[in-house]
Design a protein around this ligand. Structure first.
Ligand code: PHE
Length: 469
């Protein structure tokens, strides 16, 4: 090791201990690549592999994909920049990062509520995210057992119905997901998060490529490409625009607390612009490739692309049951889905844990166990929404739907709006300039975050509350 890097290390150790002194066990990513893997891990999740293909299917394909790409570029990426910027400049858990930046800007420290919104959203979102993630993990074993082989669509629909309809099975699989997530979190940034993402993310990419390779071999790849990239604007409705916008939000993990927290572990010398673009691009590429892996398989088996949420759990298994090597392809597919879900789940748990360790002086173990117990209890409500509580509804929504509605429909868009206002209008130009860096990129970002993003988010919000339908 050269003298220069030795002394750089010494400085960063010193900085670590300085930061650690008042707040306990704050960590740092060991490299820019680790941050990219972790943030991409957060972004790439059920949203990319489960939701994106089925909403593309429901919204007619190509034109919707174009809309989605526009939303990612104009709204998603600027907001991702804003969220990571707040974390990196604030260097604390979301509430305290917000408080520090509010003080810096000379405005009320009530802005820390925005940080709280992130922590709470992460907590609540994880409680229902893990239910779907649990189904994904359980399907690794269902696929592996050969249960899909030559099964009829009734059989496969029945299998999925039996899983979601069984409160014990769904709870057990959700608990497995939560236990893995908590174990990773408890081990800390370097031993836990970095290790997990450096195994799971490359694993996910490799499996995705194998699956695309398989899709090409079905002979229906061209149909898949055409479906996804040949726009037919007559298939779009006013709702499609808003679905695309809402999904861009969810897919980039915006306003879930995770990106802000991950940003707070990122060192100053990393170029934010390039890093954020990389994460946004990878998230988008994975969603597109997932579509290219899935649709040819669907078409080659004469199935419907617009099957809705069951596309992954019913339509695709039906195809796995019919095709050569379907058992192996099925296992690989659900391993990939589980990796994607787990690396997102850790980013949903980390904000609460970072707050408890920082403010309450808890060990990561204690904070991890405590938050997991809370999330587990809340998750029971979501599990039961598909079985014993399916008839208990509030304004026609089950417990699962209510949590989804409150977070995706209210808290997340409002937090996104507040983040855009805060970084675009309240933080000084010099403060954001210092974070984002030079030239054109900065000017474009600032224009988008001040004008385009707030207006677009208001549109998603009014749509979600039913004013804009
Ligand atoms: N982006 C994740 C997905 O696509 C979900 C997520 C949302 C994760 C918000 C963290 C915060 O599945």
């Amino acid at each position: 090791m050269s003298n220069k890097s030795l002394s750089a290390d010494a400085v960063s150790c010193f900085e670590d201990s300085q930061v650690n002194a008042p707040v306990g066990r704050r960590g740092h990513w060991s490299s820019r690549l680790m941050f990219i893997l972790a943030a991409t891990g957060s972004a790439v999740g059920l949203g990319n592999i489960w939701k994106f293909p089925y909403i593309t299917g429901e919204n007619g394909g190509g034109a919707f994909v174009l809309l989605y790409l526009g939303c990612i570029a104009l709204i998603g990426i600027p907001l991702l920049m804003a969220e990571i910027l707040i974390g990196r400049r604030g260097k604390h858990s979301p509430p305290d990062s917000m408080k520090a930046l509010a003080q810096e800007a000379g405005v009320s420290s009530r802005w820390k509520l925005l940080g709280w919104a992130g922590v709470i959203t992460g907590f609540v979102l994880l409680s229902f995210y893990l239910v779907v993630a649990g189904w994904a993990v359980s399907y690794i074993f269902t696929a592996g057992s050969g249960a899909f082989n030559d099964a009829s669509s009734d059989d496969i629909g029945g299998m999925f119905g039996a899983l979601v309809g069984d409160p014990v099975a769904s709870t057990v699989w959700g608990t497995v997901v939560l236990a893995i997530t908590a174990t990773i979190i408890i081990k800390g940034i370097r031993q836990g998060l970095e290790r997990a993402v450096s195994i799971m993310m490359p694993g996910l990419f490799v499996i995705l490529l194998i699956l695309v390779g398989y899709s090409v071999s079905t002979g229906y790849f061209g149909r898949g490409v055409e479906f996804m990239f040949n726009p037919d604007f007559s298939k779009l409705t006013g709702t499609s625009v808003l679905v695309a916008l809402g999904h861009a939000f969810f897919s980039l993990s915006l306003a879930g607390g995770g990106m802000m927290t991950y940003g707070s572990y990122l060192s100053k010398d990393v170029s934010l612009g390039k890093t954020v673009m990389t994460v946004g691009l990878l998230d988008t590429v994975v969603a597109l490739i997932a579509g290219l892996a899935i649709f040819p398989i669907v078409f080659s088996n004469g199935l419907e692309p617009g099957a809705g949420p069951g596309l992954i759990f019913v339509t695709l298994p039906l195809a796995f049951g019919q095709m050569p090597f379907g058992q192996i392809v099925g296992v690989l597919f659900f391993v990939m889905l589980s990796f994607a879900a787990l690396t997102s789940a850790i980013s949903l748990l980390e904000p609460a844990v970072s707050w408890l360790t920082e403010k309450r002086g808890m060990t990561r173990f204690k904070a991890g166990v405590l938050t997991s117990v809370g999330i587990w209890v809340l998750s029971l409500g979501s599990v039961f929404s598909f079985n014993i509580w399916q008839n208990y509804t509030l304004f026609g929504k089950t417990f699962f739907d209510t949590l989804d509605y409150l977070t995706s429909g209210w808290i997340m868009p409002l937090s996104g709006l507040a983040m855009a206002v805060f970084t675009g209008w309240i933080m000084t130009r010099s403060a954001t300039y210092e974070e984002v860096g030079d030239g054109w990129g900065y000017r474009i970002w600032r224009f988008l975050i001040r004008y385009i993003v707030p207006v677009a988010i208001l549109a998603i919000f009014f749509h979600a509350i039913g004013v804009l339908d």
